[in-house]
Ligand binder design. Structure first.
Ligand code: AMP
Length: 216
């Protein structure tokens, strides 16, 4: 089964993708994570995208489509969660063509709906474990009092360079201008399912599980 998690920054796509990886053995394809990895590796591409990402703008379709194609080729068995991709209509068309080329299909597009005030609050409070990537939130899911990650025991936590209010505003604007049209696009294709992204993490996970079980 291949699915897209669609929603604005801070909707909880990464958190839910990690749950699906753990519970269903799916493969998370986060273009944001891939781009951050390219930056830390110091590659030419990483250097080219760094300033764009820090400003909260979108990198070119060509770059992210290339990253996704590499992954489709590396995992012919499929079982993907597309997280943060596609983000433009061009990327959505390209994904459709790539899946077809590899004999795969999209089973569901899950829109995670969250109101904008909640996004700003979530993102500015967000941190992740530097070792395993577990996501924490100062308000809703604080780092344990002993300072150790609840999943792996790691003691180092980091905040994303683009998780500040200024870059968040640009990221939101990019979302509304370029990504939100995908809601209509996938609705018209008959693939769209919407869940309430505002609940507790477990509640949202249960809603997503229901959608996936009914699309299987
Ligand atoms: P994310 O971790 O998904 O919030 O992505 C972080 C940043 O990486 C975004 O603000 C963009 O600069 C870039 N990015 C990630 N995915 C894409 C994509 N599908 N298209 C264009 N830019 C992307």
């Amino acid at each position: 089964m291949n699915i897209i998690l669609l929603g604005p920054p801070g909707a909880g796509k990464g958190t839910q993708a990690r749950i699906l990886v753990a519970e269903r053995g799916m493969i998370q394809l986060s273009t944001g994570d891939m781009l951050r990895a390219a930056r830390s590796s110091g590659s030419e591409m990483g250097k080219r995208v760094a300033a764009i990402m820090d400003a909260g703008e979108l990198v070119t379709d060509e770059i992210v489509i290339g990253l996704i194609e590499e992954q489709l080729e590396a995992h012919p068995e499929g079982g993907f969660i597309f997280d943060g991709f596609p983000r433009t209509l061009g990327q959505a068309d390209a994904l459709g063509a790539l899946l077809e080329k590899h004999g795969m299909k999209l089973d569901a597009v899950i829109e995670m709906r969250v109101d904008d005030d909640a996004l700003v609050e979530r993102i500015t409070a967000r941190s992740t474990c530097a070792t395993c990537g577990e996501v924490y939130n100062d308000i809703t899911k604080p780092i344990p009092a002993d300072g150790k990650c609840a999943v792996c025991g790691g003691t180092e936590f980091k905040r994303r360079a683009d998780d500040n209010e200024e870059s968040l505003r640009t990221r939101l604007m990019e979302y509304y201008k370029k990504t939100s049209p995908l809601i209509g696009y996938y609705y018209a294709k008959g693939d769209l399912r919407t869940v309430n992204g505002l609940g507790e993490i477990d509640e949202v996970a249960a809603e997503i599980a229901k959608v996936l079980d009914s699309s299987a």
